[in-house]
Design a protein. Sequence first.
Length: 185
Amino acid sequence: MDIESSLTGHRQAVDAVAALAPAIHRAADQLARTFETGGRVYACGNGGSAADAQHFAAELTGRFQADRPGFPAIALTTDTSALTSIGNDYGFERVFARQVESLGRTGDTLLALSTSGHSPNVAAAVAAATDRGMTTIGLLGRDGGPLATAVDHPLVVGVEATARIQEAHILILHLLCEAFEGGSA
């Protein structure tokens, strides 16, 4: 693939994000409600999506662009002892769900990232969050897969290339952070 084709694909992904603006506002409003009522946000995903989950939690607990109080956010991808013990004892499909079952409560929100919408361990986390009365937001790609109908707030970037979906997901995460720091959530 040449650079021009990659840039064309990137512009298509950004256009897909622009079409999601109303849904992104709704997701930002949900996150604001979570924090206003004393809840926490948990985030999970695999590979690049795991890095995005960590990035988002760091932006919320630390700062994005402005000094402001931190927001309680935890990436379920960071505790290697939990991941390896849960994976060993319960299987990789349960590495996020078990943490949600242990930590999550009604009023919390789970942000689930999957470029395909088919990740079994992310789907299990969404199911566990739903069972606990948590709200779920999905950053998804392609057609959203089964996760598009499993989450409360699907944000589906309808392009095929994984790299373009990941770029769009980072853009959405930054838009969500701007909503908090700009007061528009």
